[in-house]
Write a protein that binds this ligand. Structure first.
Ligand code: GLU
Length: 277
């Protein structure tokens, strides 16, 4: 038994497709190879989109693929207070600010598209304290953003993360602009919950798709600010369809349960995926 710990962290807002199967299998096989542990985490902070039937289907699909995970499974919606406490630490040292902007307002302020949605044009950073207080007191919905420039100014040296195969990668969180730490509708965001949970669960190697490679820069910055351990990263290749496009729930890529219903076996799935190491 080594101290290798990895995880698969799906969001239960749709059925899993071949890309998820690959991601889960890469992590599971890596844990097997290292004599380590494989954990499952349900990333259900998006309360409007997460559904119990999708979560149930995740367990069914993974079991069908022969994947075994440790119980209990961590469900993010049960830990909002921990994520809030992490963000509060950053607020206490002046690194966050409330943002009232709607998507429409950001677009009309000239926001461009970045690696993680809109690049925030910084509108609310300019608001003065009495205005902010008045809007909050009036109950106007607001998110909390990280002041990335201020946060980077606190770093004593450039930030790097350790990527399997590539080695050290320079983290460039500024490309994301001031990321959201707490959304308007829930008191956390993907970035905060993922770094807090990777630390809480003792993850030593994060295995996930290449689509999240750039996001690691933000995660590295949050780890540094929150004094969290830095796991290694393995961003695996993405599974593509016949046209070379990456699979996505939003594009209606065929789900594992549909493939199963159509008579495919788990062996067929494995044979259709890229190599697992
Ligand atoms: N929940 C994320 C997703 O389903 C994955 C997060 C991660 O692996 O860091 O895309």
């Amino acid at each position: 038994m080594t101290d290798f710990v990895t995880r698969f962290a799906p969001s239960p807002n749709g059925y899993l497709h071949l890309g998820h199967a690959y991601s889960a299998l890469v992590g599971f096989y890596a844990a097997r190879r290292h004599g380590g542990r494989f954990l499952l985490r349900i990333e259900d902070i998006d309360l409007g989109r997460a559904r119990p039937e999708f979560e149930a289907a995740i367990y069914e699909d993974l079991a069908w693929l022969g994947i075994e995970w440790e119980e209990p499974v961590r469900r993010q919606s049960e830990h909002f207070s921990i994520y809030e406490a992490a963000t509060a630490k950053l607020t206490d040292v002046g690194l966050t600010y409330p943002c009232f902007c709607t998507r429409k307002e950001m677009l009309s302020a000239g926001a461009t598209h970045g690696p993680d949605g809109l690049v925030y044009p910084g509108t609310c950073k300019e608001l003065n304290a009495p205005d902010v207080a008045a809007r909050i007191n009036a109950g106007e919905p607001h998110a909390l953003r990280l002041d990335v420039e201020k946060a980077l100014a606190r770093m004593e040296a450039p930030l790097f993360w350790q990527e399997e195969e590539e080695g050290q990668v320079l983290a460039n969180p500024a490309a994301f602009s001031d990321v959201v730490l707490a959304r308007k509708d829930v008191p956390t965001s993907y970035h905060v919950s993922v770094v807090v949970d990777d630390a809480r669960q003792g993850i030593t190697t994060v295995t996930r798709g290449r689509d999240l490679y750039e996001h690691t820069a933000v995660h590295r910055l949050l780890q540094a600010l929150l004094d969290l351990p830095m796991p290694h990263y393995h961003h695996h290749a993405l599974v593509t369809d016949d046209a070379g496009q990456r699979l996505a729930k939003s594009k209606g890529s065929t789900s594992l349960r549909d493939l199963r219903a159509a008579g495919y076996t788990w062996q067929d799935i494995l044979a259709a995926l890229p190599p697992l190491d």
